[in-house]
Design a protein around this ligand. Structure first.
Ligand SMILES: C[S@@+](CC[C@H](N)C(=O)[O-])C[C@H]1O[C@@H](n2cnc3c(N)ncnc32)[C@H](O)[C@@H]1O
Length: 206
């Protein structure tokens, strides 16, 4: 199974919904489009706007979804929250997850590249990637990036933004966060990703 199929599979467990919020959905609009095609209007919340035309039932709200004040003024809670490939880019992933979960009333689909359980510590701790020294990045850099580039490495210590990889989070930790926020994980998908990483995602209900 590939990652796109895993993301669509998890969505299909909950669609159609009355309305969905797709956090970070502007870069790849395929998931919002899938919802729209299955009769679910979607609001994408993203710092960027889609580069391709989108279905009329998809709305785009531009801004920082990690900012509680922005979200309060910009969007209303929706039945379904979609959070694909975004938490690893947030300054405070648990805080942002908690915020986004509060905007989903019934169901969420969450997933992203995660540190492989095989390489995580027994305590399932997460790794702040820009703190990994350059000489130790080689075995952590996702292979699709073709190894370390430039003289600053892939996880740059001095230029971190929410466009970069900030966190290596093991699936068990993400699962724990979701459950501790009061959600029940109904299905999970794990897809091989890159040495040291898996793509892990879940569908959860309140
Ligand atoms: C790696 S892409 C993921 C795209 C899509 N969800 C997917 O699964 O393929 C991350 C997207 O999230 C957006 N993003 C990341 N952090 C954000 C934030 N705090 N506020 C708004 N947009 C953010 C980026 O602009 C980008 O469009």
């Amino acid at each position: 199974m590939d990652i796109t199929k895993a993301k669509l599979d998890l969505l299909d467990m909950t669609l159609p919904a009355a309305i969905a919020l797709d956090f970070g959905g502007a870069r790849h609009t395929a998931y919002a489009e899938h919802c729209a095609a299955r009769g679910t209007p979607v609001t994408i919340v993203d710092a960027n706007i889609p580069r391709v035309p989108i279905a009329p039932s998809i709305t785009v709200v531009r801004g920082n979804f990690a900012d509680a004040g922005f979200l309060r003024g910009a969007v209303k809670p929706a039945e379904l929250g979609i959070m694909y490939d975004i938490l690893l880019h947030q300054y405070g992933p648990l805080d942002t997850l908690r915020l986004m979960l509060a905007y989903a009333s019934d169901a969420v689909c969450i997933g992203q590249p995660c540190l492989s359980p095989a390489r995580s510590s027994p305590e399932e701790s997460m790794v702040f990637l820009p703190a990994v020294p350059l000489h130790r990045q080689a075995d952590l850099v996702p292979r699709f990036q073709d190894g370390i580039y430039g003289d600053k490495g892939f996880f740059q210590p001095d230029a971190y933004t929410c466009a970069q990889w900030l966190w290596g989070i093991p699936p068990a930790l993400l699962r724990c966060w979701v459950e501790r926020e009061g959600w029940t994980i109904a299905a999970e998908r794990t897809v091989p990703y890159s040495p040291g990483w898996v793509w892990w995602g879940c569908y959860a209900t309140r």
